[in-house]
Write a protein that binds this ligand. Structure first.
Ligand SMILES: Cc1ncc(COP(=O)(O)O)c(C=O)c1O
Length: 454
């Protein structure tokens, strides 16, 4: 899954030769080459996009070949204030000098819990973790323990753990419609078959039918409430009602939306309060941290469950999260990201119109993405790869989308629009001449998997 072909391995641009050397070494040393699928170079323009960085600051990073990039992926969403934010880093460094962990607990654990309870509508009690998948696994364990039921209905991506990948055990072709076929449940116990059941985003009737078919057995409905588009009118409220009618806990996985919709996450924006919610990534501006929050009656039974790990309450993650959340609110980062996104969207639309390339800019303002308006699916992938390739050559690293942070500003928008104008002009010419294939200097980018939400 997601590996370059032998031909691609042998050919890469001299501008990323050190990156590619390191990646080839990594493939020898690390099964899969990277720890995170989203960092595999095959997800970008393989052999043109950078693969290894040396340092990062603000909106940018520098690769091992000495090239400078605007990072439009914001550390796969984890960076909300910008790289090396001075306020967060100072809080972390203070903690480093005072001890990152000991054999007993630290008051910061309570301070973060109180802050989360103050800002997130569903939060009355809190548990911690170190990452998103980790936190989802904790939430699912709590839901199963609290309800005494086994089955989980899910929609969207929730990490790498057995409870989730169990959905692909014995999967038929209908499930392959939802998840990239490369996510094979290798190593997941067959005994878990039937315990995780996907439902399609946006269709409350379909969820109702799945709940009916598993009546009395569903512990939780876990979902990404939205990703890059607003939910259909009334949809999330119906989901909440259905879960409640069936005695299942509703869990919002807010790992990817994080604190960009509002300083209290997505709940104040969509007006629906789940029983529990999961946060990671942007909660702590790049330092490892995750949190599971929820109503007291949903969370409290966890006191009798075995959910325990050494690093979940290390003070680095706690200090980073407290400072990040306060800074997000104080700097009104959600409003900043919305405004930045609006400017990017209108810039992309204008640039596309000027070159005649069939591209539009869609999605919520804080997470816009490019839509290639052509009927042929394979041409869409080619255009997306060509865009990523040409933008990378011009110092803009990303997918055909923008994950925003507070350090990105006028200089980044200007440079990106200039690069997009040149990339779009090339794409328009390639479409006119029918030679897009010749313009591609890399293999087509590979999708990790298709998500169940828009
Ligand atoms: C919605 C959602 N849940 C869970 C995860 C897993 O988070 P992590 O990679 O920190 O384990 C992700 C990661 O992209 C995510 O987007």
């Amino acid at each position: 899954m997601n590996h370059p072909s032998p031909q691609a391995r042998a050919t890469f641009s001299p501008r990323v030769s050190r990156s590619m050397e390191l990646y080839q070494r990594a493939e020898e040393l690390i099964p899969g080459g990277t720890q995170l699928i989203s960092r595999r170079p095959t997800r970008f323009a393989y052999g043109v996009s950078p693969a290894f960085f040396t340092r990062a600051k603000g909106a940018r990073f520098w690769d091992v070949d000495g090239n400078e990039y605007i990072d439009w992926v914001s550390g796969i969403g984890a960076i909300i204030l910008g790289y090396c934010d001075p306020v967060v880093d100072e809080a972390v460094l203070r903690q480093v000098h005072n001890g990152v962990m000991t054999s007993i607990n630290h008051e910061l654990e309570l301070e973060l819990a109180e802050l989360l309870i103050e800002t997130i509508p569903c939060a009355e009690m809190v548990r911690y973790a170190k990452g998103g998948g980790d936190a989802c696994a904790v939430a699912v364990r709590i839901a199963r323990g609290t309800t005494g039921r086994d089955k989980i209905l899910f929609c969207g991506y929730h990490g790498w753990h057995d409870w989730y990948l169990a959905a692909n055990l014995g999967a038929d072709s209908s499930l392959n419609e939802h998840l990239f076929s490369g996510i094979e449940p290798i190593g997941v116990p067959r005994a878990l078959e039937g315990t995780a059941i996907p439902f399609p985003y946006g269709d409350a009737d379909a969820l109702g039918e799945t709940l009916d078919a598993n009546r009395g057995e569903v512990a939780a409905v876990i979902m990404e409430p939205l990703r890059s588009a607003e939910p259909p009118e009334g949809y999330l409220k119906r989901v909440a009602d259905l879960a409640q009618q069936h005695g299942a806990l509703l869990i919002f996985d807010e790992v990817s939306t994080g604190f960009r919709p509002s300083a209290g996450g997505v709940q104040p924006v969509v007006g629906v309060t789940p029983d529990m919610a999961v946060f990671a990534k942007s909660i702590s501006n790049g330092y490892p941290m995750g949190a599971v929050v929820g109503r007291r009656d949903a969370m409290e039974p966890a006191s009798r469950m075995f959910i325990s790990s050494t690093y979940w309450s290390d003070t680095i993650g706690l200090a980073a999260a407290i400072t990040t959340l306060k800074e997000v609110a104080a700097r009104d980062v959600p409003a900043y990201c919305r405004d930045l996104g609006k400017r990017l969207k209108s810039g992309i639309e204008k640039t596309a119109a000027a070159t005649g390339v069939p591209v539009s800019s869609v999605g919520v303002d804080y997470h816009p993405h490019l839509q290639f308006d052509v009927a042929d699916e394979s041409l869409k992938t080619k255009l997306a790869t060509l865009y990523i390739q040409e933008m990378a050559k011009r110092g803009c690293h990303g997918y055909a989308s923008f994950y925003l942070n507070a350090a990105q500003g006028d200089a980044e928008v200007e440079q990106t629009m200039q690069a997009a104008a040149e990339a779009f002009a090339l794409m328009a010419e390639g479409l006119d001449r029918g030679n897009i294939d010749e313009l591609l200097q890399c293999e087509l980018r590979q999708d990790a998997f298709r998500r169940l939400v828009r």
